[in-house]
Design a binder for this molecule. Structure first.
Ligand code: FAD
Length: 408
């Protein structure tokens, strides 16, 4: 049997290894448009590769039908993944929030071990080849790149990912190929990405970083809360607290909804405590500028902007700030409102939302319900994981299921 796998990322590589281990007689051509395999694995987790998570459930995934992930997560749970890693010589390390990393702490070692496993199994890796068309005639598939055709495949797996990080040669070719073969897909959008803010003063906060609670408001309705670091940048906001919320925010932006963030700079204080802290600061040195004294509480970039937002003179003396003004300062710090107008786009996103519609794919085999012999795995499907190793885990798990079905 002759198989083609389009895309040598996490999903395609595990599929090739699994299929070959089940049936060594298979001929597998593993195509990738890059010079070498696993480019996104190398970039993941800032080169450390947050490879998986020990606690995996449907609730860590988004998409039209998150329960699609259940058979893959059940069959290829964390224990099964650990076993697979051991089988290629990769040891794992569990860190904070159940996040899993390679013991080596280097994504490079993951890719090296996957590469040597593929080599030892005689998987035929064809790099620098961008597949742009797949047709099925009679019972076999023909693949085409710009200048070549590859014929006679009994089965084809599309594991070509989506468009996050185009600088790593990420494409949406998988969607175009799937559509030509009769599949439909949900539109893509950048996910796990910084958010752009519209404001006249926001750029003055660039560089401020703080652990805050961020609330996502969609058309004024509270949708989601996260507590984590927020980094203010010239364009808007980033940091782990924002990346977590960016998934829903970006999806809703793609639907042209009104997106605002409410930032609470003091999640561990209540309003009265904060009012009293500000009051104490201002009363300590009544003749000092309020903006200077406020730096005892907030960053020196935030203090003058806070006065500006509260419509107070930036030179106002502490003794001239009355009780109403203090209440207003506290309210602003507990409810810092940001109007989100865009995301930082695919170039800065870790993952793409949207993808091939999962109700057209059989979740126990990853086979297309429309074209026999056609399979999907990984990010090309409309499945997006939260931050914490969930995206790579779904790629490994769906690749494993697809590989097992390919071998049959
Ligand atoms: C900067 C960054 C950091 C990340 N960090 C993490 C992390 O720490 N933890 C985590 O879980 N996830 C992380 N992710 C997300 C994770 O890397 C992806 O979700 C996962 O790699 C998807 O695997 P995949 O095999 O489905 O697709 P991909 O890894 O994208 O693999 C698809 C492959 O197909 C190739 N290809 C595309 N089009 C074609 C074509 N037409 N012909 C041939 N080949 C083609 C691509 O070049 C690519 O090599 C990160 C992503 C990025 C960009």
């Amino acid at each position: 049997m002759k198989l083609a796998i389009i895309g040598a990322g996490a999903a395609g590589i595990v599929a090739a290894i699994t299929a070959k281990r089940q049936n060594s007689k298979l001929h597998i051509d593993l195509f990738d448009n890059n010079k070498s395999i696993g480019k996104k694995i190398l970039a993941s987790g800032n080169g450390r590769c947050n490879i998986s998570n020990t606690i995996l459930s449907e609730s860590n995934y988004m998409g039209e039908n998150p329960s699609f992930v259940n058979p893959a997560l059940k069959e290829f749970n964390y224990k099964a993944f650990e076993k697979f890693c051991k089988s290629i010589g990769l040891l794992l390390d569990i860190k904070e929030s159940n996040k899993v990393y390679p013991q080596s702490n280097e994504a490079k070692s993951v890719v090296n071990l996957l590469q040597s496993t593929l080599d030892s199994l005689n998987v035929n890796i064809i790099c620098e080849t961008s597949i742009n068309d797949v047709i099925k005639k009679d019972k076999t598939f023909t693949l085409s790149s710009e200048d070549k055709t590859f014929e006679g495949y009994d089965k084809v797996l599309i594991s070509s990912g989506l468009s996050a990080a185009p600088q790593l040669r990420a494409t949406e070719d998988g969607l175009n190929i799937a559509e030509k073969l009769g599949h439909s897909f949900n539109p893509t959008y950048p996910s796990l990405v910084g958010l752009n803010v519209e404001s006249n003063y926001h750029h003055k906060l660039a560089g401020v970083k703080k652990e805050v609670t961020t609330t996502l408001l969609i058309n004024g309705q509270k949708e989601q809360d996260t507590t984590g670091d927020v980094l203010f940048t010239k364009y808007g906001v980033s940091g782990f607290g924002i990346l977590d919320i960016s998934q829903e925010a970006s999806y809703q932006l793609s639907l042209y909804q009104d997106i605002k963030l409410n930032i609470n700079f003091f999640p561990n204080s209540n309003r009265n405590e904060l009012i009293s802290q500000i009051d104490t600061l201002l009363k300590a040195l009544p003749n000092e500028n309020a903006s200077v004294l406020l730096t005892g509480l907030v960053s020196n970039k935030l203090a003058p902007v806070l006065l500006e937002v509260c419509k107070l003179d930036k030179e106002i003396k502490a003794k001239d700030v009355n009780a109403k003004m203090v209440r207003n300062l506290a309210n602003q710090l507990l409810n810092w409102r940001l109007q989100i107008v865009d995301t930082q786009g695919f170039k800065h996103a870790e993952v793409s939302g949207g993808g091939v519609r999962t109700d057209e794919v059989e979740s126990h085999t990853m086979e297309s319900k429309k074209v026999k012999g056609l399979y999907f795995a990984g990010e090309v499907l409309d499945v997006t994981g939260h931050r914490g190793g969930y995206n790579l885990h779904f790629a490994w798990a769906s690749g494993f299921i697809a590989g097992r079905s390919l071998a049959k």
